[in-house]
Design a binder for this molecule. Structure first.
Ligand SMILES: [Ca+2]
Ligand SMILES: [Ca+2]
Length: 455
């Protein structure tokens, strides 16, 4: 078991998730199984930055989650001067000093390990990456300014496709409206990484600062993606296929999709679940996804479960906001995977106004620790966990958002003045410390508040 006061980051390194199931899900799971996986590389907390994604890139008219998670950035934006670098390939649709290539694909086709493709502001056809970087010298394809991808390079591809390649970073592109009606076929997610197998997954993929909407059957689909890292993405309003299925924001598929880091993303208003995960034992491998970390994300307004988890184990949730989802916030089960949920550590999350119990586990292997979570006005405002004795402490259930949250109607889930959640948490429990910062990156004091925000 855990040692006393183990830092959460150390914990997340130790944990590993073996199976994040595939499959059709229980009646309240909905999404189905098949392909995606992802792999994440190193984590570099120091690269966060709040400034990058401005309000102009968000849908007008929908309330923005108040004080959204810190955005992820790699430092000051590149300029034309960077194009002189031997390992920098510059793409611009306008002639000039930044136009070494006129299409993204031309640059990607010649990029090798250690190269960075910079794509300057404009509208472009998407691209397909089939070359790997290395752990020490990744291939980065990065948008500079607002870069809108208008469609795939061919009619039978994703707008962005990583084809069995490792150590690739895709950063900052906008994919909108890819969801034209198509047959039920996973090839047509807005972005996909696929083509690997359980014995030899893709590794070290990083997908960051993307905005993906209007796609079906998913915004992003990743199959056999060990160590995928999703950071600072806004995945919203993805749509169902004409057959009526799916419509998830992200689909993390198959058994080698382990050790995924999901940090500071927004998964909002997708037709299906915010994320569907599936360990799918029929595809091979250990049949489970293990070792994932979810920190500082929003799962809001999705048309199904916030997270739909078939065979996902040893997972940590810290400082996430789950609100207004049409079913559960977190739903762990076993249908296509080799085993059900076990070993969930759920600390300082806010669950508000979801239409079913915030956390539900069936086929449950137990070993869960849940503390400092705030449950507000969910339908069935409690945990529904099959394990008879999960470790629970300082979880606060309130039947109304009034006086507890700032303004749930405008998606402001900060604590109201005088909220019962203030200073209602514990500093540590079950061998785990409460996080040192809150959802927005602000320090927590010695008496942590309950939920994702420190007042
Ligand atoms: Ca696995
Ligand atoms: Ca406090």
């Amino acid at each position: 078991m855990q040692t006393s006061s183990m830092p959460l980051w150390a914990l997340s390194v130790i944990l590993s998730c073996a199976a994040c199931g595939s499959g059709s899900g229980p009646s309240d799971a909905g999404a189905d199984s098949s392909t995606a996986s992802a792999d994440s590389g190193a984590r570099d907390a120091g690269r966060r930055d709040a400034g990058r994604r401005d309000a102009g890139r968000r849908d007008a008219g929908r309330p923005r989650t108040d004080a959204g998670p810190p955005r992820t950035d790699a430092g000051p934006p590149p300029t034309a001067a960077d194009c002189a670098g031997a390992e920098v390939l510059c793409v611009d649709d306008t002639a000039g000093p930044t136009q070494e290539y006129a299409t993204i694909q031309e640059a990607v086709d010649v990029a090798t390990a250690g190269d960075t493709v910079l794509v300057f502001e404009g509208r472009y056809v998407g691209f397909r990456v089939a070359t790997s970087g290395t752990a020490e010298a990744r291939i980065t394809i990065r948008a500079v300014g607002t870069v809108v991808l208008t469609g795939p390079t061919s009619g039978s591809d994703n707008v962005v496709r990583i084809q069995n390649a490792s150590y690739v970073t895709v950063d900052g592109f906008r994919i909108a409206g890819a969801g034209t009606a198509r047959p039920y076929d996973y090839d047509f997610a807005g972005m996909a990484a696929r083509g690997a197998n359980p014995g030899s997954p893709m590794r070290g993929l990083v997908v960051r600062n993307m905005e993906i909407s209007g796609s079906s059957p998913a915004g992003f689909y990743c199959s056999e993606c060990a160590g995928l890292r999703l950071e600072g993405n806004f995945i919203h309003d993805n749509v169902r296929e004409t057959e009526g299925g799916n419509g998830m924001g992200v689909y993390l598929s198959n058994a080698a999709t382990d050790n995924v880091v999901v940090r500071n993303n927004r998964f909002e208003d997708n037709a299906g679940p915010g994320i569907h995960m599936n360990g799918d034992s029929s595809i091979g491998g250990d049949g489970v996804q293990t070792g994932d970390l979810f920190e500082g994300n929003t799962f809001i307004g999705n048309g199904q479960n916030g997270l739909n988890m078939d065979g996902v184990q040893d997972v940590v949730f810290i400082n996430n906001v789950f609100a207004d989802n049409a079913r559960h916030a977190i739903r762990g089960f076993q249908i296509d995977a080799a085993a059900g949920p076990s070993g969930y550590t759920i600390i300082n999350n806010t669950f508000a106004l979801n239409a079913d119990t915030p956390v539900k586990f069936t086929a449950d292997g137990g070993g869960h620790v849940l503390f400092n979570n705030l449950l507000v006005a969910n339908s069935g405002n409690d945990f529904d966990i099959a394990e008879s004795t999960p470790m629970l402490s300082a979880n606060l259930m309130e039947s109304s958002a009034s006086g507890v949250l700032m303004n749930a109607a405008t998606r402001n889930y900060r604590l109201a003045a005088g909220s019962s959640a203030i200073n209602a948490g514990v500093a540590s429990f079950g061998g785990y410390d409460a996080p040192s910062v809150d959802f927005a990156g602000a320090p927590r004091d010695a008496t942590p508040d309950v939920g994702a925000f420190e007042n």
